[in-house]
Design a protein around this ligand. Sequence first.
Ligand code: CDP
Length: 209
Amino acid sequence: MTQQIIAIDGPAGSGKSTVARALASALGWAFLDTGAMYRAVTCEALERGIDVNDESAVGALAASVHLTTLPRVTVNGRDVEEVIRTDRVNGAVSVVAANALVRASMVARQRQWAAEQRLGTVVEGRDISTVVFPEATLKVFLTASLEERARRRGDEGEASVARRDEADTNRDASPLRQADDALVLDTTGRKVDDVVGEIIACLTNLHSN
Ligand code: CDP
């Protein structure tokens, strides 16, 4: 059976996690937050005192760690659900995510995980529709104004959100970009259910064609 995948990409605070989670629940599908994986690797590198700019050391770490994202984000059995959202991790995750060795390891895990799901999977991140699942059933690119995205991120602040966007967009390895065939939705001022409804309508439309 061909796996059904809804791939959701977009910048920080664009609503990816909230929309993806609600969408997966409405469809009865699995949900994967790939940002949590990059954050968990970052956490482990910081915890072990590994320099996040040391590409081979962080690459080796990424290849060797055991990760879960649900029901809790854990790395080697340690619960990092809260720690992954701290300023320290916000400040270092873009460097870890720009590491091609880390990406290769995470992407392999993401594909493997999706292949194991019985029904479809909603996967969200930065490179899901462009690199991880370029053949996804449906590709969605979420955006929102910087002001609203920073407000949703709460304590992180506009400057940090803007800095991460800049780093994610301008890196060499799988930069954040919109797939040509993505459904582009601006979530500024929109309710989650409204956005989810539009995505489901688009999916239904695809299936009826
Ligand atoms: O929730 P938010 O949008 O703030 O970030 P996230 O989805 O938790 O992702 C955190 C960081 O991981 C991003 O700023 C990217 O640097 C990186 N990331 C990535 O490079 N590729 C992905 N597929 C997902 C996240």
